[in-house]
Design a protein around this ligand. Structure first.
Ligand SMILES: NC(=O)c1ccc[n+]([C@@H]2O[C@H](COP(=O)([O-])OP(=O)(O)OC[C@H]3O[C@@H](n4cnc5c(N)ncnc54)[C@H](O)[C@@H]3O)[C@@H](O)[C@H]2O)c1
Ligand SMILES: [Zn+2]
Length: 407
């Protein structure tokens, strides 16, 4: 008897028995390709068009092209190249507007719902459906905003990401998350949603500001520090080449960091972060707070560099890690040209408490449930702790603020 027939039978034989539990178990398998491809918009490359329209599918899906305004200004060739590419494949896709939708670059892209309204409106007015694609080209902030809009329009249209900063190529653009900021809270609204494909083209990075070149490397250091001592050693050996932004070293650091991020998402057993442990957020409780406290004057990667220094100094202070771990981390970040402290760390609220420490409770709320902070016990080895001695942490934050003021 089917479970519904079963339930009806029970209802007839004992009508008072109305309590019932249906265990709904739905299994999902999600896949997407992350392709490392140079000169992605060159007409001989078919990776992008195959992501939009599967070869031989017979459909001619619509495509909305969204481009980071900062990228378009720094590299005036990108928009014409992307459009020419899509027009060349016009037998396989329909570009829905002659000009792309340009999105303000940087954190402004994801400030509140007003920032994503033009993207939703374009999907609506141009009549895209779930089989059509949004192509997002830009830094992590633009990818987050476009990704969120694509995930909620029609409950999800296809999204192809072309990340164009170091940070978005080695971390933000290859994963399964998107978000916008709201109520002054970083990434307060967002979804977990897999893209259709991610195309990483490191030749798009040469126009990046030096500051953004370096900021993105913090996420490579992070993932090496928590997962891969050998990669950390390689970063130490290549620090000068990376700081000089030598293409071969940069490309390899991006590929290896992206691999490690992807492996974590695939293997952790918790891709949508239902549990509290969040190793990839090493250094991020302080980073997110510092970003808000500085009105996003600090780049995400810079804030992560500072956050990792704080948490590693704390790990040493409370006996989780030997001194050399903190020394190696700080030294590597310094050699890469990243900040390891900030004056805002010494800022106090009306109650006299360091404001940055509020980031701990905000992080706990963001995780849901118990606080779980990632510390290092060795280079390449992470450990989760569920309580922080705020007296020790306050002292470390003040030291990091002082060291920075002294420089
Ligand atoms: N979704 C995730 O999993 C995830 C993970 C990490 C970080 N993030 C988010 O990513 C954002 C940071 O991303 P980011 O570091 O890429 O910085 P960003 O997106 O803020 O971009 C930095 C600047 O670079 C410009 N730009 C982009 N590409 C360029 C290019 N090739 N040449 C010249 N200029 C270019 C942008 O216009 C912007 O002004 C933060 O909002 C962070 O929260 C998301
Ligand atoms: Zn990050």
């Amino acid at each position: 008897m089917s479970s519904l027939a079963d339930a009806r039978h029970r209802e007839q034989t004992s009508p008072s028995l109305l309590s019932e539990r249906i265990e709904q178990h739905v299994e999902l398998s999600l896949r997407y390709d992350v392709c490392f491809v140079d000169r992605v918009f060159e007409s001989t490359r078919d990776v992008l068009i195959n992501a939009v329209a599967a070869p031989g599918s017979g459909r001619r899906p619509k495509v909305l092209l969204c481009v980071d305004d900062g990228l378009a200004r720094a590299n005036p060739h990108v928009v014409p190249a992307a459009q020419a590419y899509l027009r060349r494949f016009s037998s396989r896709c329909q570009l829905v507007s002659p000009a792309p939708l340009t999105i303000p670059g940087g954190e402004a892209a994801k400030q509140g719902f007003t920032a994503i309204e033009p993207i939703l409106r374009a999907v609506y007015e141009r009549g895209l459906d779930r089989h059509d694609s949004v192509i997002a080209v830009g830094g992590g902030a633009v990818l987050d905003a476009v990704g969120f809009a694509a995930a909620v329009a029609h409950r999800g249209v296809r999204l192809v990401r072309v990340p164009t900063t170091v940070l978005s190529q080695n971390d933000a653009g290859v994963g399964v998350k998107n978000a916008i900021n709201l109520y002054g809270s970083k990434n307060f609204v967002g979804t977990f949603a897999t893209p259709t494909a991610v195309l990483v083209d490191t030749t798009l990075l040469h126009t990046l500001a030096v500051r953004d070149q370096r900021a993105g490397m913090a996420e490579a250091v992070k993932v090496a520090a928590i997962r891969d001592a050998e990669f950390f050693l390689w970063l130490e050996a290549q620090a000068d080449s990376l700081r000089a932004f030598e293409p071969a070293a940069v490309a390899r650091s991006i590929r290896d960091a992206a691999h490690l991020h992807l492996a974590h998402i695939r293997q952790s057993g918790d891709p949508f972060e239902r549990g509290s442990a969040r190793p990839l957020d090493f250094g991020h409780w302080a980073a997110h707070k510092l970003e808000s406290m500085t009105d996003h004057e600090l780049r995400h990667g810079e804030a992560v560099a500072i956050g990792m220094c704080i948490d590693t100094a704390y790990a040493v202070a409370v006996g989780h890690a030997p001194q050399h771990v903190a020394q190696r981390l700080v030294r590597l970040l310094e050699r890469l040209g990243l900040p390891t402290g900030h004056p805002a760390l010494a800022r106090r609220g009306e109650d006299g408490r360091l404001t940055v420490l509020d980031g701990l409770e905000e992080f706990r709320q963001h995780l849901g449930g118990e606080l779980s902070i990632t510390l290092l016990s060795e280079v390449g080895v992470q450990v989760q702790v569920h309580a922080i001695d705020t007296t020790v942490m306050a002292q470390i934050c003040e030291e990091r603020a002082d060291g920075c003021r002294a420089r």
